[in-house]
Design a protein around this ligand. Structure first.
Ligand SMILES: [Fe+2]
Length: 282
């Protein structure tokens, strides 16, 4: 059977991708952030997963505010890179895994999660930056990717607890796929940040570190943080952190933290990275 062997929580700050694309990762501003990514890249290369599920949000690239899916799964064979206003990022096209994605769609919907199905869509920095952060500047991504979008752009987003339950259902779906595959799941977005208004530039290190700690220590309790608390403590865009709960819900209750990296600032946000492994083994 297929198995989820590990989870990665990672910020998807667009400026991180731009720093890579423009060759700026060695500058004094960016170097400390990128140094911290190196152990994660080594870990992932050694793990060599057969596929990844990347939980992220679209930033009005594939969908406008005319249609807002709460949860969506991409079942295409490949996903082009979105043009977010400066041309598409110069990164490889994202190859999908249509067979597994359709299996997940069927399993999740029959398990009472009403997924929207995307047969074609571009993917934006929400998905490509986590790939760049964890895989480096590749000529082709090392594994196929199943994009899974969560609405965190238009109120109301799903609750963290609902996201956690979706993670549980994803795990059941993966384990019912009759193929020997190692799967990694990403939860992306956050950490604390607010892009507009009087509190623009808000960073709450205490909240972010407690969130990273809680991912290992008590993920179920962590998943019950309310939208109001995210906005108050982590800024209006900090609500993206609900997507980490999808990743966490797909792992063992006692999954082990194997690496973390937290850095401020990355553009006007905090950047976090957390790797959790299932003890049941890769
Ligand atoms: Fe985002």
């Amino acid at each position: 059977m297929a198995r989820i062997v590990a989870g990665i929580g990672v910020s998807h700050v667009p400026a991180i991708g731009a720093a890579m694309d423009r060759g700026k990762t060695g500058t004094p501003y960016w170097e400390p952030l990128f140094k911290g990514y190196e152990p994660a890249r080594k870990w992932l290369a050694e793990l060599a997963p057969d596929a990844a599920i990347i939980v992220y949000n679209d930033h009005a690239s594939a969908f406008s505010l005319e249609i807002i899916p709460t949860f969506l799964i991409g079942v295409a064979e490949r996903f082009p890179i979105a043009d977010e206003g400066f041309g598409p990022r110069p990164v490889p096209i994202v190859e999908g895994h249509s067979e597994l994605a359709w299996h997940l769609a069927e399993s999740l919907i029959l398990d009472e999660f009403d997924m929207t199905i995307a047969n074609a869509m571009p993917v934006d920095h929400g998905l490509t930056v986590p790939l760049s952060v964890t895989c480096g500047q590749a000529t082709a991504w090392p594994f196929p990717v199943i994009p899974l979008c969560v609405n965190v752009v238009q109120y109301p987003p799903p609750t963290g607890a609902r996201c956690f339950k979706l993670g549980r259902a994803i795990r059941r779906a993966v384990e019912s796929f009759d193929r020997d595959m190692k799967i990694v799941i990403y939860g992306t977005g956050g950490m604390s940040h607010q892009l507009q208004g009087e509190r623009a530039g808000l960073i709450n290190r205490r909240f972010d570190i407690a969130f990273l700690d809680g991912m290992t220590r008590d993920p179920q309790a962590l998943s019950r943080i309310s939208h109001t608390e995210y906005m108050r403590e982590a800024g209006s865009e900090g609500v993206e952190m609900v997507m980490w709960h999808v990743m966490r819900g797909a792992l063992d209750e006692d999954a082990a933290e194997v690496y973390r990296h937290y850095h401020v600032p990355a553009s006007n946000t905090a950047a976090g990275l957390l790797i959790l492994e299932n003890r049941s083994g890769a």
